[in-house]
Design a protein around this ligand. Structure first.
Ligand SMILES: NC(=O)C1=CN([C@@H]2O[C@H](COP(=O)(O)OP(=O)(O)OC[C@H]3O[C@@H](n4cnc5c(N)ncnc54)[C@H](O)[C@@H]3O)[C@@H](O)[C@H]2O)C=CC1
Ligand SMILES: O=C(O)CCC(=O)C(=O)O
Length: 526
């Protein structure tokens, strides 16, 4: 039974699939103190949040069973992603479900700002009738500068076009084709800042975007510019904005988000030109249903080890590629796990070569799985989320190579491992209808099914050696299930790969190593 803890209010309809799932127990506790959260998280397999719950490194560390954190929304700045990654916890969000609602809210803020609607409402219900005080401006033919033309920026641009605004957009990833398609003009950040009548930001909050609109930026703007932030507090320097409003460079600002939330008694609220909402961008029935449905489905997939798509701490893999790579996943993990058990010493380097058909596709997801197989020999709680992180942390170099030639196989994966004292190379393939096979260990060709308990014996090819090995295993009551012998030259160095029915005891390894023909004995568990 998976325990899913929900700590922010989520749409009931959205989480219905979790409630109805027979393998899930849903715990909804939406006003936990930090101490209570630390207690509850210990028993949770997954945590679902919106933006209120602060999922800190401490919370993540306390989540001993935690496999997934789901964010019902876009921004994941309330979740310590590096901490989750280092512990192999997958963080998923719901990036699409609230796009339209947030674009509509931004548009509502834009019109409200242009026409002083909140101020007019407030004054009117106080019994005043101040028609001259609230004269606004039209949107028609005004320049709307959009910084960040992703999902929300794009939807907003379409709505602004319908109001006959000229849209200038800056986004480092904006292509000319996308700009042309939605009928807007691509511009530099400076152009947007200098030319726009309204400036709205729709980027995430990152090192680059923190205080993107600063004193310096406000100084370059048109007098009378209006500013909107429905993305993240902190993209705009709030003190600089207040100053720019006070010195009349900025005619007004509409803010849905703040550097600190809730903002309390904020100095900006003393300025009548500022209108504000309490982070309402995504607060519609539709958006909340959409994001809760999307993130619940994603978390269920993760818990059930099914494919999922919106991981924030894993590169996204197109569905078609996922389908293509799925058959190789088991082979990849076994190869990594097998190869690492055949070396001694501290791991320095893992090189994976993909040959044949696999040389033509993005194999990074398989390399992560190979790394997981490798590192799990030394470390507990390794998965394909944290494997690259753990390798980097330990200065283990990971390289991928591609080769079209595959030695007669349609595809081949070769894992080479170098440690401070030895190296190895193991190749494997998927045999049509027969599943994963290890077909080469170092220079020796073999045909080994990578499952269960194995014994790798390096020896000299002498008559009677195989028989004596069999006798010693029999004496230790270890049954041989399969046997492979590989050699390069008659009477030269050779290997034996034995599949055995139980884990090989140390005394057996010692007894085998006493044999004159034997150089080394390595038990392998897969
Ligand atoms: N107020 C609210 O309730 C909501 C706020 N949001 C916030 O809105 C923002 C945008 O969300 P989406 O459009 O869904 O995200 P998105 O990821 O689709 O778009 C973000 C865009 O910003 C661009 N970008 C990144 N760094 C940039 C930079 N330095 N300069 C210019 N552009 C840059 C990216 O290339 C991307 O195109 C996020 O911060 C999100 O958290 C999202 C939903 C609701
Ligand atoms: O959960 C919410 O209402 C906040 C939405 C939001 O800011 C986001 O999705 O980034």
């Amino acid at each position: 039974m998976y325990r899913v803890l929900i700590t922010d209010p989520l749409s009931h309809h959205g989480i219905e699939q979790l409630i109805r799932a027979e393998d899930v127990e849903v715990i909804q506790k939406t006003s936990l103190s930090p101490e209570e959260l630390l207690e509850e998280i210990q028993y949770a397999d997954a945590l679902l949040v919106r933006s209120q719950t602060k999922v800190t490194a401490e919370v993540i560390a306390a989540g001993k069973k935690l496999k997934a954190i789901g964010r019902a929304g876009v921004g994941v700045d309330n979740i310590d992603i590096p901490a989750a990654t280092s512990r192999g916890i997958i963080v998923v969000n719901a990036p699409d479900g609230n796009t339209v609602s947030t674009a509509e809210h931004t548009f509502a803020m834009l019109i409200s700002l242009a026409r002083n609607i909140p101020q007019g409402y407030h004054s009117t219900i106080q019994g005043e009738w101040k028609r001259k005080a609230f004269v606004g401006v039209e949107l028609n033919r005004k320049i709307l500068g959009i910084i960040g033309l992703g999902r929300i920026g794009t939807e907003l641009a379409k709505r602004a076009k319908a109001f006959h605004m000229d849209v200038l957009a800056f986004d480092p990833y904006l292509t000319e084709e996308h700009a042309r398609k939605i009928g807007i003009t691509q511009a530099s950040l400076d152009e947007v800042i200098v030319r726009a009548d309204f400036i709205t930001v729709h980027t995430p909050l990152t090192k680059e975007t923190r205080h993107l609109l600063s004193t310096e930026a406000f100084a370059k703007m048109k007098p009378g510019v209006r500013i909107i932030n429905c993305a993240r507090g902190g993209i705009i320097d709030e003190e600089a904005l207040a100053e720019a409003i006070r010195n009349q460079k900025v005619a007004g600002a509409a803010l849905d988000v703040f550097e600190t939330e809730p903002p309390g008694e904020h100095p900006l609220f003393a300025l009548p030109q500022v209108i504000a909402t309490p982070h309402l961008g995504a607060s519609t029935r539709e958006a909340q249903e959409n994001v809760a449905i999307d993130v619940s489905a994603e978390v269920l997939h993760i818990l059930r080890e099914e494919p999922f798509k919106n991981a924030v701490n894993l590169p996204s893999i197109p569905a078609e590629l996922q389908e293509k790579l799925r058959p190789y996943q088991n082979l990849a993990e076994k190869l990594g796990h097998f190869a690492v058990q055949t070396v001694k010493g501290a791991l320095d380097e893992v090189t994976v070569t993909y040959s044949g058909e696999l040389s033509e596709v993005d194999t990074a997801p398989l390399t992560r799985i190979i790394l997981k197989g490798t590192l799990s020999h030394y470390l507990s709680d390794v998965n394909d989320v944290n494997a690259p992180y753990l390798a980097k942390e330990r200065n283990i170099r990971v390289t991928e190579q591609k080769m079209s030639r595959s030695h007669g196989f349609t595809h081949l994966i070769t894992v080479k491992i170098r440690t401070d004292s030895s190296d190895t190379s193991v190749s494997g393939t998927l045999l049509n209808g027969l599943g994963p096979r290890i077909i080469k260990i170092g220079e020796y060709s073999v045909d080994v099914q990578p499952f269960g308990h194995q014994l790798l014996i390096r020896h000299n090819d002498r008559p009677g050696a195989i028989g004596r090995v069999g006798t010693i295993l029999g004496d230790h009551r270890v049954n041989i299930a399969t046997m492979q012998v590989g050699r390069r030259d008659v009477g030269g160095r050779a290997i034996m790969m034995l599949g055995v029915d139980k884990a090989v005891p140390e005394e057996l390894v010692n007894a085998l190593e006493q044999m004159e023909e034997i150089d080394a004995v390595t038990p392998i568990d897969l």
